[in-house]
Design a protein around this ligand. Sequence first.
Ligand code: ATP
Ligand code: SF4
Ligand code: MG
Length: 318
Amino acid sequence: MSTRILDVENLRMYYKTKEGYVKAVDNVSFKIEKGDFLGIAGESASGKTSLAMTILKLLPPNAEIKSGRILIDGIDITNMKESELRDIRWTKISLVPQGSMNALNPVFTIGGQIVEGIVEHKIMSKKDAWKRAEELLELVGIDKARVKSYPHELSGGMKQRVAIAMALSNNPDVVLLDEPTTALDVIVQANIMNLLRDLQAKLKMTMILITHDLSIIADLCNKVIIYYAGKIAEMGDSLSVYTKPLHPYTQGLLASFPNIRAKRQKLSYIPGTPPNLVNPPKGCRFHPRCPFAFERCRIEEPQLREIEPGHFVACHLY
Ligand code: ATP
Ligand code: SF4
Ligand code: MG
């Protein structure tokens, strides 16, 4: 029996702008199974949020899906109507958006905001929804007495927990978290990571976590995607990728990691800057920054290929 929960095939999503198309998601394919904890890492502006928003089809008007398919639990949502998608987003896959802890409405209580989401989907009565809101707060480690608190009465870590609680309202199969620990201090980050680990174990959920921080992925995730300039550079089991990184970009990211668990490390130390996604470099998009680049890299784009079972890389060296 297949336990496939998400299947992304040849997905391309470009933003139309005056300067041309921003190729933020450019031929991306990956699959995850039930119970996986996938980490997606990449530099700022590489297109991680764009990938998440394309998978959920929560796109701005200038976004165009140019090709590909998205299957959630075997259901093809690529051409689904918005009304059908709303239910899928609630019951099958939910999102903790980037910056969501700062997007809570200051004039409503946190309980009121959780209840609003539940009632909107007509799952239960308002009275039951308040009970559910209390349950959800306890699930994410907040005293249920806080249900009538306003966002300004909570710490940053508590607000992030509320954002996670909202995404869990209807026990979705997959939760996608976009930078859930950015902007939190190291201790609070560690608490949120522990919460995610506990939730996954308790609720048997599938999780996708987007982050700049490779040490968070090393701590939490069994699978990893290294994303570069709108494409997957490398993908595989975390152990395999971290112990035997194949792509020069991954190698660069990991090189200054003598002890990945001891040190928080942002992805900002590879020389050079990520390319403009309107006119990315020809051939391999990483070639201007790659210490191993050779002639072929400037001409031909490397395809993602399976080098060892479950370990994929897009690089002409292999
Ligand atoms: P960060 O780590 O900073 O959150 P990211 O990897 O999530 O970055 P995205 O937010 O997906 O990156 O942005 C990818 C590229 O798409 C960037 O160049 C960004 O400027 C561009 N972009 C994002 N939204 C739009 C839009 N609505 N219209 C045009 N370009 C956009
Ligand atoms: Fe470097 Fe060439 Fe591999 Fe790209 S394809 S990562 S430029 S060696
Ligand atoms: Mg982002």
